[in-house]
Design a protein around this ligand. Structure first.
Ligand SMILES: CC(C)(COP(=O)(O)OP(=O)(O)OC[C@H]1O[C@@H](n2cnc3c(N)ncnc32)[C@H](O)[C@@H]1OP(=O)(O)O)[C@@H](O)C(=O)NCCC(=O)NCCS
Length: 199
């Protein structure tokens, strides 16, 4: 064993089921903390289908053992700054025994380089608001919290990175994010009050 990490686009011999297994295992601590993210329980086939037709999956291999995964797909999404094309990042995970070694950082880099080579200059992902680890790491890499949206079971924090420089000031981004978060909180409070009143 020579401890060589390889970060490459998914080769044929790495199966979608292997990728599903890494996601499931890596999300174990999130599940324990009540953060159930549906992508983490996708089967190999579901992951493959989700990324079709133009998504890309990258893998981290340590001496040919799969230890990390990260993907993106080009997608148009609307935010307060308009509808734009993003590399929508998903299926990101590193096996617990291999975290804290910069593997995710390398996966983030290859994903950004690949998006750039496809002419995409904005990266985006969403996560559970309590997934502070990935939020803090993403912030270190230049991702900004831009939106806070309702999901079926929990709200989602949306983060964006402008690869060619952020076109808005830091304060504008922070104010818009705070506004979106507050709007959702008010909406949820009103819903709860109406629900209680209806009893
Ligand atoms: C989030 C996750 C992918 C991070 O993987 P990782 O390989 O440990 O991350 P890295 O080691 O590349 O860390 C990246 C950087 O953040 C730093 N960092 C690590 N943990 C940190 C923390 N808790 N807070 C702030 N920074 C941290 C690292 O020092 C590193 O900085 P460096 O490149 O300057 O050394 C991994 O913990 C995981 O799989 N979590 C469960 C699945 C998950 O939540 N996925 C995201 C779904 S949206």
């Amino acid at each position: 064993m020579d401890n060589t990490i390889q970060i490459i686009e998914k080769p044929e011999w790495v199966s979608w089921d292997d990728i599903s297994a890494v996601l499931w295992q890596a999300h174990g601590s999130n599940r324990e903390e009540g953060m159930n993210m549906k992508h983490a329980s996708f089967s190999g086939e579901e992951i493959k289908e989700h990324l079709e037709p133009s998504g890309k999956m990258f893998v981290a291999l340590l001496d040919n053992k799969l230890v990390g995964v990260a993907a993106y797909q080009p997608k148009k999404v609307s935010f307060w700054f308009g509808e734009e094309l993003f590399a929508y990042c998903c299926f990101a995970a590193v096996l617990p025994q291999y975290t804290g070694k910069g593997i995710y950082g390398q996966l983030v880099r290859i994903r950004e380089d690949s998006a750039r080579s496809q002419g995409i200059d904005k990266m985006m992902f969403n996560t559970h608001p309590r997934n502070s680890r990935v939020i803090q790491i993403a912030q270190q890499f230049g991702y900004k919290k831009v939106d806070f949206r309702a999901g079926r079971e929990n709200p989602w924090v949306f983060m964006v990175k402008w690869l060619n420089g952020m076109p808005y000031s830091e304060s504008k981004i922070n104010i818009m994010y705070a506004k979106k978060k507050l709007q959702l909180q008010i909406k949820n409070t009103i819903k709860q009050v109406l629900k209680k009143g209806g009893r």
